[in-house]
Design a protein around this ligand. Sequence first.
Ligand code: FAD
Ligand code: NA7
Length: 452
Amino acid sequence: MALRVAIIGAGPCGLGILRAFEQARREGAELPDIVCYEKQSDWGGLWNYTWRTGIDGQGEAVHGSMYRYLWSNGPKECLEFADYTFDEHFGKPIPSFPPREVLYDYILGRAKNSDIKHLIVFDSVVRRLAYDESEGVFLLTVENLAERRSKTERFDRVVVACGHFSIPNVPYFKGIERFPGRVMHAHDFRDAREFEGKNVLIVGSSYSAEDIGLQCYKYGAKSVTMSYRTKAMGFKWPDTMREVPLLMKLDGKTAHFKDGTTREVDAIVLCTGYQHSFPFIDDDLRLRTNNRLYPNGLYKGVVWAKNPKLLYLGMQDQYYTFSMFDLEAWYARDVIMGRIQLPPRAEMEADIAAWQAKEDEGKDCYDAIDFQTAYCEDLAKLVDYPDFDLKTTGELFKEWEHDKDADIVRYRDKAFRSPITGTMSPVHHTPWIEALDDSMRTFLDQPRAGAA
Ligand code: FAD
Ligand code: NA7
């Protein structure tokens, strides 16, 4: 009897492994029985924008953390699918930093180009993942949200692709409960225009802080103060943006910082990261990790070493995204199909420890980029995902980091060459800071070079 495989989530990772199976099918392989459960009514994961916050239309926690006017925060040349290029999808070169809608269109373009949608059961949330030792199978309880009915099914293999940027980490700051203005986490941030004319306080010093801070600046905030715990981002911010040490307490509208300075603020956005929180997974199967490049307990960043019939995708902190998810998906597929044999558990655990020790040696973002490039290269050697030049991709990431250091407001105006197709991107027709309209139509309406 064919193996039964469940995939949880139809975001980029879930769609990646469905594509990997589809590729094997096209080449004549016999596939396991596959079903993908997706709690939302549509595919695309975080890229499927929602205006909702808090609870969704089905009474479930809103998955979406993306916001209006979100543009790719890294060059698209660093995330391109090696088996479905931007040129193939758009039929012409497009600029390097597309807005969300454009990347969503690209992700869906590949998905539609594959015969996979019939494998996805939408409006179906996985409520419990357990393992039955006696029979050696997983018990997966899924609730169909439209019918409000649950069922428990047996699966031989399970792939967890539910993402890890949806459950906010929300620290407490003294006095915040009496703050007379808007307080939200980045997960609930949707529209920067809400902060036009306001003095905004951002807590955090990573990607969300950087981008939401810039969004607020771009859409007219009066000032943006960014408070860091460990280290300032250190970019050359515009005059109305600045970084300060950690927020200590709030006294009415007055924010007090660790260096003794204060600032009057009208609104607070906590850009304090997300939790790898999977309450629906039983304790012995549940990934417990902080947001790092090599998560705990996952051999090759994918296989749950304690029970290798369980696989996780996309659980890393991410420089690489779609192409890394694909490499993981191809690897997971081959493990499931028995094309790759795994070593004994002790060997897998030693390998994880060695990678994590290497990660811990890293000093800065350049080391982190090299580390994730090496991780991708390690997977690429093991699978038949189309070859692409990971060294060059890593170098592009470093160039992008330098661009951000040079000008954090203008780094998105640069153009990169695709390591996959060799295509040089055009420079976008409007500098990002002036491009208030993020629609796909406007973005793609690129005058031809030399046109008046
Ligand atoms: P997700 O996209 O989160 O998809 C997971 C899917 O699983 C969802 O559809 C969800 O509904 C479903 N699901 C969850 N729980 C269950 C359950 N119990 N049962 C059934 N279904 C479930 N990456 C980039 O490359 N470029 C960017 O510019 C970029 N910007 C980002 C901005 C923000 C604000 C955030 C939060 C992330 C950003 N990312 C960006 C990174 C992003 O993590 C990846 O691009 C990608 O979306 C991760 O894919 P995923 O499939 O792992 O998870
Ligand atoms: P990250 O990258 O996990 O960063 C979380 C940030 O939050 C980081 O700067 C942390 O500071 C800070 N943090 C966490 N807890 C606290 C407390 N208690 N006080 C102050 N600051 C805190 O999450 P992001 O949301 O920025 O990025 C996640 C994804 O979203 C990313 O892939 C993007 O593409 C979009 P630390 O440095 O640990 O001191």
